[in-house]
Design a protein around this ligand. Structure first.
Ligand SMILES: [Zn+2]
Length: 456
């Protein structure tokens, strides 16, 4: 027989547990500062830390209930809240040396404390997750203090599998697609993400997340990652020496960098391969295709595949807008049908590997938006997809030992392969992180094959 008291007690417990669950789910409970652990967090273990913190935590809306909207000055908000105009003027005046309150950006939030006569006695402003202003009236004089928040670094891990596109699979894994771009950059010399991504490919990654009071404010470096492409595993760990990121290496200390990127587009699809005896669909005769075509929307950034010097950058007949880069006495690359060149890129300019040099277009003899990419060795066309290029230098001998220790630690941070084991404490909606319109466009159209084989 359960007594009335016990019943009430059980009901109260249920309520508290339910509330904590809801608050955690909504992300209202802040993470503990300086979180050291790196494994994906499970709900059960995370709950105990949440319980300790629950009394202190206020949501942003509770702490700073008022939000500045576009074209409405602070003065209007404060006077509408009953603050005397003279109070507003004095406050803005005394804050001036640290912050101009008369020009607050939309989205800035604030909180007021007024006495019974609606005199303002205290005000707090939040300009961004990183910056706050605290104001207090002490003996009728306003005092302002700018508070810069401490940024905490937390290690977060994600694991996922490609089931439609790499991008969508990142969203499925509650992962910011920004990290997919970082991963594609790290493995850009090993995997051609524009043509080698396969259904069933898997990836796992550990990155540094920057937090202020538990709120996401950005990403640091990727610490370790693994991408399994068509059954072949590629691992990368960051080597950091005295706080400086040196580069990404295999566990054996080999550099992941090579002299040439595997593709001039980060994401795009090969629509026509290098073929010395291609039968031209329009001309109805054999005509060599001396390059590789990548279908991608107009405006997709084109990267230089290696360091070099621009030798040609202008409109040239069937090629449309053409860019040519000389990498050394042996290697040259060319990029055709461009819509435009990147700012500052012209004949004679030096470019770096991975630098955006131009944008995909549909200029010249081309029936759809695409990039025609050519690769020359000693002045002769070769198939860029068939080249094997030497790697950059491995970890230097004197760093080998410290690298090995670091690499081992970092690889241990990667989550286990079963995606179902993976539960994040505070699920966020990654749609908050705006996907570049360009990629959005691309992924929406990825099946419509809007790019055609080119005509030259
Ligand atoms: Zn072509």
């Amino acid at each position: 027989m359960i007594s009335k008291f016990q019943k009430h007690f059980i009901a109260l417990c249920c309520f508290i547990i339910g509330f904590i669950g809801l608050a955690a789910g909504l992300g209202f409970i802040s993470f503990e500062k300086k979180i050291e652990d790196t494994a994906p967090r499970k709900i059960a273990s995370a709950l105990s830390t949440s319980i300790k913190k629950i009394e202190k935590v206020l949501s942003l809306k509770e702490e700073f209930p008022h939000v500045i909207k576009r074209n409405i000055p602070l003065y209007t908000y404060l006077t509408n809240l009953g603050v005397a105009p003279i109070d507003v003027i004095e406050m803005v005046k005394s804050a001036k040396k640290v912050k101009d309150l008369s020009r607050l950006s939309p989205g800035a939030r604030f909180h007021l404390v007024q006495d019974e006569e609606l005199n303002l006695v205290e005000a707090k402003f939040r300009f961004s997750p990183l910056e706050k202003l605290e104001m207090k009236k002490v003996k009728s004089v306003w005092q302002a203090r700018l508070v810069e928040e401490e940024v905490d670094i937390k290690h977060v891990s994600f694991v996922g599998e490609v089931d439609s596109s790499l991008w969508l699979s990142a969203l499925d894994a509650d992962m910011d697609p920004y990290l997919i771009v970082s991963m594609a950059e790290i493995f850009g010399w090993e995997v051609d993400f524009s043509r080698e991504v396969r259904l069933g490919d898997k990836w796992r990654i550990t990155a540094e997340e920057k937090l202020v009071n538990g709120e996401h404010v950005g990403w640091g470096s990727v610490l370790a990652a693994e991408y399994i492409n068509s059954g072949e595993s590629h691992k990368a760990v960051l080597f950091r020496d005295q706080g400086k990121d040196i580069g990404y290496y295999t566990l054996e200390g080999e550099s992941l960098r090579k002299m040439f990127l595997k593709s001039p587009l980060r994401f795009g699809r090969v629509t026509s391969r290098f073929n010395k005896r291609r039968f031209h669909p329009k001309l109805k005769r054999i005509r060599p295709h001396n390059g590789v075509d990548y279908g991608a929307p107009i405006g997709t950034p084109v990267r230089s595949v290696a360091d070099g010097k621009v030798t040609f950058s202008r409109y040239s007949g069937g090629g449309g807008k053409v860019l040519k880069i000389r990498h050394n006495s042996k290697y040259k690359t060319a990029y055709k049908h461009l819509s435009r060149f990147a700012k500052g890129v012209r004949k004679g300019s030096r470019v770096k590997q991975g630098q955006i040099v131009a944008y995909v277009g549909n200029t010249g003899l081309s029936t759809g938006p695409h990039l025609h990419y050519e690769f020359f060795i000693n002045g002769r066309f070769v198939d860029p997809l068939k080249q094997k290029f030497p790697s950059a230098d491995p970890v230097a001998e004197e760093y080998r030992l410290s690298f090995k220790k670091q690499a081992f630690k970092m690889v241990m941070t990667l989550p286990k392969w079963q995606p179902s084991n993976f539960i994040l404490l505070a699920q966020r909606s990654w749609s908050d992180y705006s996907m570049p319109a360009l990629y959005d466009n691309y992924f929406m159209k990825r099946d419509s094959r809007n790019a055609q084989p080119d005509q030259i």
